[in-house]
Ligand binder design. Structure first.
Ligand code: PMP
Length: 385
């Protein structure tokens, strides 16, 4: 089995699993308990907060553990909007946010907030002038992903951060796609709120973080016993949090060498596909893209039939975000890039990671031209240009 869908799910690193195991039975305490077993849990919770804070150059008290990126996005947008609505009711997002963020924005819109969706160019980069122009005196929050989870385009985060700071607007970024590919520094980039997910750095699913810059005020959206500084109640998922800690420590050490390897794979895949498959194109930015991402479109065929043909050959690929894969609608991200429906439907997303081997790339490059040719032979839509 060859796996090219690391953006939708990553295997948990065996070193991460190892570090989690004692916290299921031997060290099973609840950090809210005052006895020794509870103290042990408090201690590892504090260490985990420190490790994740270090990973993004934040302070430990700025890290809130959540159940994952969806919850972090909810807390960032809804928690901030509710607490700050006396300052204004306008929020800006981009057209190429993750589905969770789009749906949160729709929810806020139904509840009295105004939402502006800033467009992107053909490569998936935010139109900074449009962003500037959309700011009003009612704007309280801008939320733009660090890098796109489908086409891998990296945004000008420092510029967006500067702009928001100058205008006194809070800046949230969903960094889930970027966190395994970019050393993120929240201070340098003037980020006020940031979503992270454990699985995207080879930790367990169901754990995430919201970074909240010190001094920023949010309302909790999960109310209860007041854990996580009152911002996220519920007994902490200690094994999961320990997993995220270990994942962050490993990622910090190994990211540079991983990126170097992924860049070699990426270059080889892009060249190999564009040179050997006629009428194939790269979606997203040619340079400002995550090292783990390639995204192609092929005239005359459906990405889904390509996915199924490769599935038959034990190769796992994707046509876009797993969270939107059950709908027949084309990807909102590809449409925002300016692709027409047929082009969007003819797209294939390959995301690589820690456990890919050079042979995986060779195998795919050997198979793909034949598979595309065969599918095109069956397609009434395809005429070679
Ligand atoms: N944001 C982005 C960019 C994502 O790719 C995902 C899905 N991995 C999410 C948010 C939601 O993550 P989760 O399903 O773990 O809550």
């Amino acid at each position: 089995m060859i796996y090219f869908d690391y953006q939708s799910s990553k295997p948990v690193d065996p070193r991460v699993i190892e570090s989690m195991l004692p916290y299921f039975d031997k060290k099973f305490g609840n950090p809210s308990s005052l006895h020794k077993i509870g103290d042990e849990a408090t201690e590892i919770l504090d260490h985990s907060r420190q490790a994740v804070a270090k990973f993004i150059n934040a302070k430990p008290e700025e890290i809130i553990f959540t159940s994952g990126a969806t919850e972090s996005n909810n807390l960032a947008l809804i928690g901030f909007a509710l607490r700050n609505k006396h300052k204004g009711n306008h929020i800006i997002i981009s057209e190429i946010e993750h589905i969770s963020l789009h749906n949160i924005a729709k929810y806020l819109q139904k509840n009295g907030f105004e939402i502006t969706r800033v467009p992107v160019d053909f490569y998936g980069q935010i139109d900074l002038d449009a962003l500037k122009d959309s700011i009003t005196d009612k704007t309280i929050l801008v939320s733009i992903n660090y890098a796109n989870n489908e086409v891998g385009t990296i945004q000008e985060i420092a510029e967006i951060g500067n702009l928001c700071r100058e205008r006194g607007i809070a800046f949230h970024t969903d960094a889930v796609a970027a966190e395994s590919q970019i050393h993120i520094n929240v201070e340098d980039n003037k980020i006020d709120l940031m979503t992270l997910s454990s699985n995207d750095i080879y930790g367990p699913k169901g754990v995430g973080v919201l970074y909240i810059k010190k001094g920023l005020r949010l309302n909790p959206i999960i109310i209860g016993g007041g854990q996580e500084f009152g911002l996220r109640s519920g007994t902490e998922n200690i094994p999961g949090i320990v997993g995220m800690k270990t994942a962050a420590e490993i990622m910090e050490k190994e990211m540079d060498s991983e990126i170097a390897t992924l860049k070699v794979y990426q270059k080889k895949l892009i060249q190999g596909v564009l040179d050997n498959i006629p009428d194939s194109y790269l979606n997203g930015h040619p340079e400002k893209r995550l090292a783990n991402n390639v995204h192609f479109r092929f005239d005359g065929i459906e990405g889904e039939s390509l996915l199924l043909a490769l599935k038959d050959k034990d190769i796992s690929v994707s046509t876009g975000s797993a969270c939107s894969s059950k709908t027949l609608e084309p990807s909102h991200t590809l449409i925002a890039l300016g692709l027409v429906h047929e082009e969007a439907h003819g797209s294939l997303q390959l995301t690589m990671g820690r456990f890919n081997k050079p042979e995986d790339i060779d195998t795919l490059l050997n198979l793909l031209p034949g598979v595309v040719k065969k599918l095109r032979g069956l397609s009434p839509l395809y005429k070679e240009s």
